[in-house]
Design a binder for this molecule. Sequence first.
Ligand code: NAD
Length: 329
Amino acid sequence: MGAQRGQVLVTGGAGFIGSHFVRRLLKADDVAGVTVLDALTYAGNIKNLSDAVLSPKLSFVPGNILDKQLVDDLVQAHSSVVHFAAESHVDRSLSNAGAFLETNVLGTQNLLDAARRYGVSKFVHISTDEVYGPLESGRADEDATLRPTVPYAASKAASDMVALSHFHTFGVPVCVTRSSNNYGPRQHAEKIIPLFVTRLLKGHALTLHGQGQHVRNWLHVEDNCQAVELVLRDGVPGEVYNIGGGTDLTSKDLTAVLLRIFGADWDCVQYIPDRTSNDIRYAMDWSKVAALGFRPARDLEEGLAETVDWYRSNPDRWAPLPRKEMQHA
Ligand code: NAD
């Protein structure tokens, strides 16, 4: 039997993955209450929580994880913390790395300081497979060397190290999760799948970097949330858990699936020069989280078709976005 989770503080709960996770926690009998702390940056949206805000178990606090006093007050009132809040888009980190270091490293530090002071029973720090950097072959397990190549991944790797140092030095019961690329409803339209879906819905061209040869593992957001919940419940403090088990696809293969769903052909696809730094392949061994009972359940083609339906049914969530917010593939 894992720890009772009582009152859970979820940072970044108005973002893509956090909002799915909050819905999941609200259904759990041993969770008495969930508080979302979210700064509602361009990436966050209270509408992501829509029906969930009606739950008497949910409180929403608009605020920044860089606000030490607010973080202190909130952590004090909760038994565990699940920390999703981050600057999350690689392309933005190429032009504004400082914002990534502030939020992802210093914001995490604030939360850990408070967790240490008030003795939380679990602190789950949410990270990414991008910290391992590119792998030509093989799969990174949790002990693999971190070789981040872009400022986003470097800021996440730094925050992982800071989080784990608080376990080793102060005994804060930190677990780190590193998941592969998530997809599903309610993702900001700057990310590749919603960007392509919304362009196809508008009848616009798609742009593929290089030859579309970059390999990513695509995991349904609900599968990731299943694993994060297992780590919150049964993860061993001080441990890192890779979360994979989605489908490995090149960006060209991913494009082919989306074109198939739309009944579109390759005429609408343009190739553009690759970014200076665009990791060729990420791949992880996720047997450790499987040993906690994680079983990814979502089929990629079905999950993508449902995701397309969501964007088709909710144009108000992406059609008004300024062009500059949707230009990054
Ligand atoms: P997102 O950009 O959709 O959401 C981030 C949320 O954090 C937003 O609601 C935003 O308002 C909030 N936020 C940002 N800065 C904040 C601050 N200073 N204070 C308080 N709130 C702040 O991101 P996502 O895709 O849901 O990713 C969530 C987490 O998962 C991130 O830590 C990301 O690094 C990690 N991750 C994401 C993926 C993916 O495929 N999306 C994969 C692996 C790991």
